[in-house]
Unconditional design. Sequence first.
Length: 776
Amino acid sequence: MNSSRNTPGKGVAELLDVRIQYVARMNGPTASIIGNSWLLTTLPYLVFSSATDGGHPLQVSRVTSLRGTARFSWSGSEYLGLNGTRQKLTVSGSDYLVTAPNGTRSYFFGPAAGAALRGRLQRIVQPSGIECVAAYDGAQRLQSLTAAVPGTADNAALHFHIASEGAHEGRILSIEKRLSRGGVEQPVKRWVYTYHTGEDGMGLANDLKTAATEVYDESSSAWQRAGANYYTYYTEDSAVGFVHGLKYVVSGADFERMVAAGLDPAVFTAVTDEMLAAYATSFREYDADRRVTNLAVSAGQLATQFTRLDSNGSVNWTRRSVETRPDGATVTTYFNSLNQAMLKVLAQGGESWPTYCEYDADTHRVLEAGPDAISAFTMPTDPSVNVSVTLRASEGLIRCWEYYPLDGSGGAGSAPGQLKRRWVKQGASGGEITLEARSYTSHTVDDLTVYEPEVVTVYRSDADGGSVPATTLMEWEWHTGLPVPQQKTLTLPVVSTDENGTGTAAVVTERYDTLGNMAWLRDEIGVLQYRVWDRLVGAAARLIEDVDTLRMDAAVVPSGWTTPSGGGLHLITDYENDAQGRWTLELGPEHPLDLRGSLVSARRARYRVHLDSRFQRWDADGYAVGNGFRTLGAARITQWNGSGQVMDEVSVSVPEEDRIDAADPMPQSRWTRWTRTIYDQAGLRLAVRRYVKIPSSDRELDGQPVEGFAGVDYLQESLGYDSMLRVNRTVSPGGTIQRSVFDARALMLEGWVGTNDTGATDDDPTGGGAAGNNMR
């Protein structure tokens, strides 16, 4: 049974995931509730300018993330979006309302509110009708953010624990995610934060120190850590840093290694940069404008330098960035006033590969030309000189796009800011070859209009500027009173009999719930499929394939839908899911089974156990008879490290009597297959071991199992890397060495094979003819 049939859906709880982001150039960094210069992207907010007109701030910014800020300007009668934003800002009484193109409405306290609430989130109303409501206590501190499943009492909520006194007053200490079903509340996940005090030299007061993620284990009724990050900062302005500037980040597997080495941020009182460098996921240095000049990742193994130049404002570019890579290559990029790349040039050893882009007035990219289409270009170092690019007249691939006007003046079939067509041409003077064209339909609810594609035509031939069209038609129906689709009917392109098709257009119909989950599907031959969704967590609860509508509640079946002649097998698959929306049990359709001479009704079963705190997942297959479960074959264990990299894949012999459970022992003595991947301190894959003889012990996979010896217990393939951390060397278990040489674009230039690469370098696997080197 294909697990893809249980792909995650959309649920209320997913609206409340917590993410944070560091912003070096934040205005008012010490005002953040999640640590100096950090954003909690789950909580958008508004920033009002001090200058006003009739009580309206002249400038308003909606802040969600570093690149998710929308800006608006007061025109004297309304707010106008800047820089091509498709969001709209309106005044709603004393509140301010931001409406996204998809219909999501975010309400904020206006400038007349008290200082603690000004610009803060009140509620978010999704197109589906889900309301995510913020609650504040008497001191105007955020208490919770709650989203309910429409039409039910079930909800998901984030509960905020904010320090009310002491050195970290006003900062978030933890955020707990809870689900409520039928009035029963269940903890699911927790994010825990600590802050520097300024005493250890690794950060100033209220700089974010650690951010840990914990999951609630129902079996032990306890929180278990599933990951953590550690942060340090510059504590004074200098040539390479600034106050509150993020310096070292230690995250994932690097954090686990650091703690295992005795450097636990929860207990140590003094740590040096030299100590952290060996575990650092990343390290940063800055210029006087708080822009990164040096970024080192993977414990310093990949360091990139950046230099920047600002124009004088009178030319066609605003900023230049030069990135110097470890392989000596440079990437020079010129940006326009909206921080969009105009000209990007990769260069190394006298060769260069430029890419040039143009943009329309609504900030859409409308042209892209690569090295084969560019005959000349300039890279000015003088801030008063224009960037110049000359395109070849009749050579090179040029990609182009056209979008409907953002102001809505595109006419019938248009959608503001959406793709109208795309085409290519050979050289600047070449004829246009249309690849795709789109038109749209609209739906209006109250004062909100949303758009969906109606006709999409893809041209299969370049003859006559684009010909042999393949057209897909989409007809939409909408949920009553909501700007969300209820049904989409696709009329697919005709496939001719010459191409082994039917010569007629097939039709597929999909029906959705208000969250956008596909509930019904009628395929090309009329066979029906039905899904039941747990809308709280966004997981499938039941799948019925080849539906027999006579066996369904008539109120559930779409009007006019019937089972086709010869169909109606009504194959039911049921799922159990955990509080995070991950499936733990799949029971397939019932079928007859000869069980020890007796014919019984059985269901194929798939089991999955999530062990978050151990970074493991267990899988097994079996069957269910009545209320009893059996396991067939081996269980499979996947072990990750804290960074999500697969370390071990193990097959384990397990008893048949029941389904696997988190409490089951999985000792090494019962392993039947084992593949182990070895990583270095920077997270680079150094070796893969495939076991031919597994040592026996009573240890678990995460309990330091006996590893054995190369050539006896396992065969090992080793890997090596070039200065850009690309795999350029592999050694087989038999000792055969393969080396690759790459250019600046990561394209392989040379491949070499041998058994001795003494003296080899990234550019010369022969080592310049070193003694013993036999690479060929």
